[in-house]
Ligand binder design. Structure first.
Ligand code: NAG
Ligand code: NAG
Ligand code: NAG
Ligand code: NAG
Ligand code: NAG
Length: 241
């Protein structure tokens, strides 16, 4: 009878592979590296000041990237605004550098391919910014920087949320590497706050109904298969007697 037990493993196997655990080929960290490379190429041609749009290859169409290079002193005194980010004065890069580049990205319709939050749905595109040492005008080998926020926090505005529910269920999400997620309350005016660089979006918790019905379906499939296997075992047992 020993080998027949393998029939019972099959429905268990089906139960374990639910769609929630699907792996994708979209790696957000290698995307950041690639975007940084394109941004540095654009910036190599210009000196400082204005925000520059970064053209990406056609197969990334739908993403929006820009880059701005600033003197740290100027950044400390005035802050900088770009797209949905408002960086106030009294923010300083560390380690300290003379000039820094800030790379902004909006993943648009690619957001949910690169980032997902278990049990939540994103209702805004993923936007992100990162800072790099730009002291040296030779573009390569730029070191990534962090921020020290000594005054007000950095604001991220999400003007066009794709929500169907009441605003109380909205959560700001900070999307770290390796699927790490930090939740924060959203303020009035659909604004999130942060003390540093990274990737951000807004999420709503999936309704329990959806989740339960999915679990339920897998139980039905699991039990169905188990009963089918048992019947088959019975048939095989009967016919081989
Ligand atoms: C787009 O093409 C580049 C090479 O030109 C490749 O490295 C990258 O992975 C492609 N991106 C996607 C999303 O297919
Ligand atoms: C995003 O939209 C652009 C057109 O605006 C399209 O070319 C691209 O294939 C879309 N990307 C995804 C992942 O759906
Ligand atoms: C950024 O925007 C805020 C609010 O609109 C404004 O008060 C501030 O002066 C702006 N900062 C810069 C550097 O443009
Ligand atoms: C800039 O980079 C070049 C070559 O990478 C190096 O020789 C030079 O010392 C660097 N300058 C500064 C100010 O770091
Ligand atoms: C976030 O919002 C919830 C409900 O609106 C509230 O109970 C909680 O105290 C808030 N958390 C913070 C850190 O403000």
């Amino acid at each position: 009878m020993g080998c027949n037990r393998s029939w019972l493993i099959f429905p268990l196997f089906v139960l374990l592979i639910s769609p929630v655990h699907g792996l994708t080929g979209y790696d957000s960290e290698s995307l950041d590296v690639l975007i940084h490379q394109y941004a540095m190429k654009v910036q190599a041609k210009k000196r400082t000041g204005t925000s520059l749009k970064v053209p990406l290859p056609a197969n990334f169409s739908g993403m929006e990237v820009s880059v701005v290079r600033l003197r740290s002193g100027h950044f400390w005194e005035r802050g900088v605004n770009f797209s949905s980010f408002y960086i106030p004065p009294r923010v300083t890069p560390f380690p300290f550098v003379k000039r820094l580049s800030i790379v902004y990205q909006n993943l648009g319709n690619w957001s949910t391919l690169y980032y997902r939050v278990p049990d939540y749905s994103l209702v805004a595109p993923v936007v992100g910014f990162m800072a790099y040492d730009a002291s040296n005008s030779s573009a390569s080998g730029n070191q990534a920087l962090k921020f020290n926020v000594l005054g007000d926090p950095i604001l991220i505005k999400f003007p066009n949320l794709a929500t169907k529910g009441n605003p109380e269920i909205l959560k700001c999400v900070e999307l770290g590497p390796d699927g790490l997620v930090h939740f924060r309350n959203i303020t009035n005016e659909n604004t999130c706050i942060t003390q540093g660089d990274g990737h951000f979006s807004v999420a709503v918790k999936n309704s329990g109904v959806d989740k339960n019905s999915r679990v339920w379906i897998w139980w039905v499939i699991g039990f169905g298969s188990a009963i089918f296997a048992l019947v088959l075992l019975g048939v095989i047992g009967f016919t081989t007697l």
